[in-house]
Design a protein around this ligand. Sequence first.
Ligand code: SAH
Ligand code: SF4
Ligand code: F3S
Length: 439
Amino acid sequence: MKSFYLETFGCQMNVHDSEKVIGTLEERGYAQVDTVEAADLVLYNTCSIRDKAEQKVFHRLDDNKRTKNKIFGVIGCVAQQEGEKIFERAPHVSLVAGSASYTKLGEMLVQLERGERRVTGLSLDTEDTFETAVTRRDNPHKGYITIIEGCDKSCAYCVVPFTRGPERSRTSESVLREAQGLAEQGYSEIQLLGQNVNSYRDPSAAGWNFAQLLEAVGQVDGIRRVRFTTSHPRDFGKDIVDAIDRQGTLCNQVHLPVQSGSTRVLRAMARQYTREEYLMRIGWMKSASRDIALSTDVIVGFPGETVEDFAETLSLLDEVEYDSIFSFKYSPRPNTSALGLEDHVPEEEKSRRLTILQEKQRAIQIRKNTALIGTQQEVLVEGYNSSTGQWIGRTSQNRTLNFVTAEQAEKARMIGTYLPVRVTRAGPNSLVGECAIPV
Ligand code: SAH
Ligand code: SF4
Ligand code: F3S
């Protein structure tokens, strides 16, 4: 029996790609193991979004450079970006393959098994992007579905267009077939994935846009929750908000990365929208009849960001009152146009801004979460934390709501069910509650 170890870095798209890679490997007779030591084949599915993320894989490879009798492979975004240079830097690596080549993983494995030392899959020629048949999903209740791959934007700081190639959408028929298949297997939550789901264009005759696809997925029998990620503000239409308002199965949660509150910085980032245009989209969501939770991504210290620009990002947080944010220090990346900009913000100043931003947001989250005390929320039960004795639930708004039940309940029976929970306490990042019915 051949065995493999796989470690995944990066975004949900990488997590889902790993599920496809695992499916392919298992189909070819490989068994997954938990340690590098126990594996014949060691794979790292890598992320290159910031320098720190990229360095992780090189640390892992360094740690294992004297390991004998194993095949090492680097796949994902660093593989696509660095290509054959990885063989120079880490000569014990035998496979370098980007995400667009996973449909050919079977052939690459045959080459490796024959003892070839430098196998590559680096073509971004993406004809059969969505052909991978077998997916070994990690979670039996929540399933990811890729609807669009790649990205045609060229944000000045971002490697994704280079690591994932040009945008290509999958047919609505194939997406719906996968959604129905998941529902039949007992999945009740679906997350639609893409770097920019809003620019989805059905390549088949139906010609649906994203809002139409989203609503149709929300109508699949057995599906109770649909989420999607990520949205680009420029392509985010009001029809998406209308669909969420009409269709209760679409979660009342939208992640809309802003990056900066300053129009001047947004222009330098080539984001293709102004602060006002962004806020107009937030306005659509705030005037919806459902209470839509909002989250975002922010980059601090982009080249040329002044203290005034940063103050505009802070004021945007006050204005929008996000339910959560992901915030990062700008990290210069290979191939990107921002490398050519001047006025790099010093590292300590970036750290200072990041801390201020995160403290402000923490206060906003405490306030917003505290306002939920006393309300009843429906949660999907995702797990049990034996150290706290609490069940872990997630609300439609994507909040973690840890809760207790009046009586002891059995794990197998609880996980994957939907329960009403009354919120009793709130922290900055999660809520605590009590299940409102006997279980
Ligand atoms: N497709 C998504 C972004 C994926 S990357 C979108 O358009 O929103 C996730 C986040 O990483 C980005 O939103 C951005 O905030 C951050 N990011 C991307 N490149 C970065 C860089 N060079 N430095 C710091 N943060 C970066
Ligand atoms: Fe990167 Fe911009 Fe594309 Fe998002 S939209 S993946 S930030 S280039
Ligand atoms: Fe990272 Fe690639 Fe995702 S760079 S964020 S794993 S698309």
